[in-house]
Design a protein around this ligand. Structure first.
Ligand code: SF4
Ligand code: SF4
Length: 120
């Protein structure tokens, strides 16, 4: 080992001791997300006409669109299985009515698997 090495290490340690940390102590510190970050999906039922393209194109089988109204008076609801969703964005791209979009919500973990199936 070089004789100068311990001195170099001490200098480096001292230099970084007074620097701001490069990491964030999450969840204590707020994360800065880019505007187009793909967080949990959001859904606008008012624009949805139930074509089902988002469901058919989802590679993970993570999204369901359900009509809770009648054939004549449709009332659409969306259910997302967060545990299955891979945040690929295919459903967002497939929806011609722009009903689906991303939120900045990233705290999605749960100890109970059933809690990961959510209404959007
Ligand atoms: S983001 Fe991808 S995986 Fe998630 S629901 Fe949409 S299509 Fe499916
Ligand atoms: S693709 Fe859009 S309009 Fe069609 S069912 Fe999905 S959310 Fe509704």
């Amino acid at each position: 080992m070089s004789k100068k090495l311990p001195g170099k290490i001490i200098n480096l340690a001292l230099k970084h001791f007074f620097k701001k940390p490069a990491t964030i102590s999450y969840p204590n510190g707020a994360l800065e997300l880019v505007d187009n970050y793909r967080g949990k999906l959001t859904y606008n039922p008012a624009a949805c006409f139930g074509c089902g393209l988002c469901v058919r194109h989802c590679p993970a089988g993570a999204i369901k669109i359900i009509n809770v109204g009648t054939k004549q008076d449709r009332q659409m609801k969306a259910e997302l299985n967060v545990a299955r969703c891979i945040f690929c964005g295919q459903c967002v791209d497939s929806c011609v009515k722009k009903c689906l979009s991303y939120s900045q919500k990233i705290d999605l973990s749960s100890l109970n698997k059933d809690d990961l199936v959510v209404q959007l």
